[in-house]
Design a protein around this ligand. Structure first.
Ligand SMILES: NC(=O)c1ccc[n+]([C@@H]2O[C@H](COP(=O)([O-])OP(=O)(O)OC[C@H]3O[C@@H](n4cnc5c(N)ncnc54)[C@H](OP(=O)(O)O)[C@@H]3O)[C@@H](O)[C@H]2O)c1
Length: 368
């Protein structure tokens, strides 16, 4: 019996729950969230929806706070999930995306980059990894919460952590695959996209963010005929991310990775933060393993160096050996201009940083 544990049943987690409920490879879906509200109802909806499509799965929902690492460890030891799909976060980026603030303030906050809020995504993932360690269970964590940076920091700190992330590079790779299929009339089986790219590539585009790209159609290298920057900025129709409920896309990626990991046949795909590497990579995923599948002529070291350079667009200067995430000077200045001072996000300071950022967020939004 295949068991998937879903941590967080918010927007991304709610979509993941619905997708998992319709995934034949999964027998038992266990969900947890911190507060008692809405979880049981969402699970009942997914359970009923699964029945529409002829599935007969086991569902369980529990109230659990990942901050209680002892309780989480006991829970993991009892549930013994094959995969944990982690989506819990202190505060969703949707709050800022949907906040009713003027363009000037939005630009000021954006200049501090998405990494400003890193502690919110890093803390629950860290608590989960520590609980897994305490429980001594063998499980595969697919982390959806800013995996390009969170996974690398956790692996640096603990020597292990989430095996995969979700979204980000896969969104860019899907755009190229879709465009190439439309342009050539070929099927996905005969088009091979290999993209080393990061969250920053998706956010800031291929004309500025370092990456590696190779495209072959029926085994013929056609990379030079495709303008990656133009494709990523124009195909498909532009998405108004801040005004669209868009997390279904990222949940689909997380579920695909989770299901690929439990399958025996390797799936050719793209994965953010595989095995603690920064950014995202083309890879083969299956049988509990991830193997990089890089563009011809690109070594693993080169791919990592490229993604480290790309991370600077997301404010990350470097990740230290103890997992501390050091911000770039430019990002530090942008953070200071909105009243937040931080040189590096360290694990020991995570609870305090999360609190300070919640206060900062409220101050900024009410200032408007
Ligand atoms: N990788 C990608 O491409 C991508 C794209 C989009 C979003 N994301 C990430 O996905 C994550 C989730 O975003 P979202 O919009 O779904 O957030 P959300 O709607 O706020 O949901 C977060 C969930 O986490 C739960 N949670 C928070 N702290 C917890 C704790 N200590 N213990 C247990 N559960 C806890 C919340 O439960 P309560 O409601 O009970 O507190 C809630 O169910 C974020 O990190 C976001 O950045 C990733």
């Amino acid at each position: 019996m295949t068991t998937i544990l879903l941590t967080g049943v918010g927007d991304l987690g709610g979509w993941a729950l619905e997708f998992l409920a319709r995934t034949p490879e999964v027998d038992r879906i266990v969900t947890v969230k911190r507060s008692p509200s809405s979880g049981p109802s969402r699970v009942s909806l997914a359970r009923l929806g699964a029945i529409f499509q002829g599935h007969n799965k086991r569902f369980e929902h529990h109230t659990l706070d990942l901050a209680d690492e002892d309780a989480t460890a006991r829970f993991l030891a009892r549930v013994r999930p094959d995969v944990v799909l982690h989506s819990a976060t202190v505060q969703s980026p949707r709050r800022f995306m949907n906040a009713d603030i003027d363009d000037g303030l939005r630009a000021e906050i954006r200049a501090a980059t998405f990494s400003l809020w890193l502690p919110w995504h890093l803390m629950p993932a860290t608590q989960l990894v520590r609980a897994t360690e305490m429980a001594g269970v063998q499980t595969l964590i697919v982390n959806a919460a800013f995996p390009d940076v969170v996974n690398a920091a956790i692996w640096a700190r603990f020597g292990h952590g989430p095996i995969a992330g979700a979204g980000n590079v896969e969104v860019s790779a899907a755009a190229v695959l879709g465009y190439a299929m439309e342009a050539t009339g070929e099927h996905a089986d005969t088009v091979d996209v290999r993209l080393v790219g990061s969250h920053a590539l998706m956010a800031y585009g291929a004309s500025v963010v370092p990456h590696h790209f190779q495209l072959t159609v029926r085994g013929r290298d056609v990379t030079s005929g495709y303008d990656l920057a133009a494709i990523l900025s124009s195909w498909p129709e532009p998405i108004v991310w801040g005004r669209t409920d868009c997390f279904s896309l990222f949940a689909a990626s997380a579920v695909k990775n989770a299901v690929a990991l439990i399958g025996s046949e390797p799936v050719k795909t793209h994965v953010s933060g595989p095995l603690g590497l920064p950014g995202g990579y083309p890879a083969k995923v299956g049988g509990g393993r991830i193997e990089l599948d890089l563009p011809d002529g690109v070594s693993p070291e080169e791919a990592v160096t490229t993604n480290e350079a790309a991370a600077r667009f997301d404010a990350i200067e470097r990740i230290e050996a103890d997992g501390a995430v050091v911000y770039t000077g430019e990002a530090r200045a942008a953070m200071e201009s909105i009243g937040y001072r931080c040189e590096a996000v360290t694990f020991d300071e995570l609870p305090r940083r999360c609190r300070v950022l919640l206060e900062l967020y409220d101050r900024l939004i009410t200032r408007n």
